[in-house]
Design a protein around this ligand. Structure first.
Ligand SMILES: Cc1cc2nc3c(=O)[nH]c(=O)nc-3n(C[C@H](O)[C@H](O)[C@H](O)COP(=O)(O)O)c2cc1C
Length: 150
């Protein structure tokens, strides 16, 4: 059993890079974690992870990226009990779109509906800012995930 699962949904790879760096920051905090692509998650085992970290971009008109869709549909269908799980969330988007960063909000709504409790604030990277997404995510993790105990 992994303490933290860092789940990413992506189309062009940015969220995967962020997820990989987040696992390293978690390790610095003494939290064991693993990176898993959302389209490879078995939602029936999701509750084995004390902490679930969602990392997702936004596409279309505020929609999930392709690789997050099977994960979302599987949660919708199987409705695992996540009432003993905590989660954190980091979204990647671009504020030039009206639907800025709505993908992560779709996932948050679903996982909250399944009982999971959010720790920290939702992190958001804006591609229009010119800032490096992994750098912003690492800073967010240090501010929002430090001090968690399991
Ligand atoms: C075709 C296309 C559509 C996009 N639509 C949105 C959108 O609706 N809202 C948003 O906030 N960002 C949108 N983005 C920006 C991406 O979410 C952003 O570039 C993100 O960093 C991509 O991460 P990924 O490589 O992990 O998929 C869009 C990007 C592209 C190329």
């Amino acid at each position: 059993m992994s303490t933290a699962a860092v789940l990413f949904g992506t189309e062009s790879g940015n969220c995967e890079m962020v997820a990989e760096d987040l696992v390293e920051v978690l390790a610095e905090m003494g939290i064991a974690g693993e990176v898993v692509a959302m389209d490879e998650v078995d939602v029936e085992n999701l509750s084995d992870n004390a902490l679930i970290i969602l990392v997702s971009s936004t596409y279309g008109e505020g929609d999930l990226p392709n690789t997050a869709v099977p994960f979302f549909e599987s949660l919708q269908e199987k409705r695992p009990d996540l009432s003993h799980n905590r989660f954190a969330a980091f979204g990647l988007g671009d504020s030039t779109y009206d639907t800025y960063n709505q993908g992560i909000d779709i996932l948050i709504k679903m996982i909250v509906d399944l009982g999971a409790r959010q720790v920290g604030l939702t992190g958001r990277h804006d591609a229009d800012s010119g800032l490096d997404a992994p750098t912003v995510a690492i800073e967010w993790a240090r501010e929002n995930l430090a001090g968690l105990t399991f």
